[in-house]
Design a binder for this molecule. Structure first.
Ligand SMILES: [Mg+2]
Ligand SMILES: [Zn+2]
Length: 181
């Protein structure tokens, strides 16, 4: 039976989006993120990170640094009872990237490619799943993939909701726990 998953954007949801974060000393975890991931793990919901990382394509840091930071983050979650099941990233950008990375990639949000790959790799039930993102592109990727619950993390309460509808605004990350039922 396919599993329902908690999908998380990274920058702005897991860590404060300081712009092209790629080293542990740049990571400031968003309040409530450990509580949310631990709650999903306790409920046996796989947690899957889906993150645009055009900083790689732009040459600001490498794939290796991204993976090292990912391993470090996984350890921080494990210390607090959380398990990150999968991490998907897109290093591409359609215009602002070095030639090898310059393309319109079906993985780059708002395209749904990373979500669809996670579904296939981990046997996930997307209509039963939840995504938390801080940008319209996150929510649009979730909509295109058919993710059932799309939550906009908007601590200031000032972001406008997408016109397509169906998006729920949350002001704190632990509010998302109510969706893991
Ligand atoms: Mg973000
Ligand atoms: Zn890509």
């Amino acid at each position: 039976m396919s599993a329902r998953a908690l999908f998380l954007d990274r920058d702005g949801v897991i860590n404060v989006d300081h712009g092209y974060v790629h080293r542990p000393d740049q990571v400031e975890f968003v309040p409530g993120i450990f509580e949310l991931v631990a709650a999903a793990t306790a409920r046996h919901w796989p947690v899957v990170v889906v993150t645009n990382q055009s900083g790689i394509g732009r040459g600001y840091y490498g794939d290796r640094e991204f993976r090292q930071l990912t391993d470090w983050m996984r350890e921080r979650f494990a210390e607090r009872g959380g398990r990150i099941e999968g991490v998907y990233h897109c290093p591409h950008h359609p215009h602002d990237a070095q030639p090898d990375y310059r393309r319109a990639c079906p993985d780059r949000k708002p395209e749904p490619g990373m979500l669809l790959r996670a579904r296939d790799d981990l046997d996930l039930d997307l209509p039963g799943s939840v995504l938390v993102g801080d940008r319209a592109s996150d929510l649009e990727a979730a909509r295109r993939a058919g993710v059932g619950a799309r939550l906009l993390f908007d601590p200031s309460g000032t972001e406008s909701l997408p016109a397509e509808g169906g998006v729920v605004r949350i002001r704190t990350l632990p509010e998302a726990i109510a969706w893991l039922d």
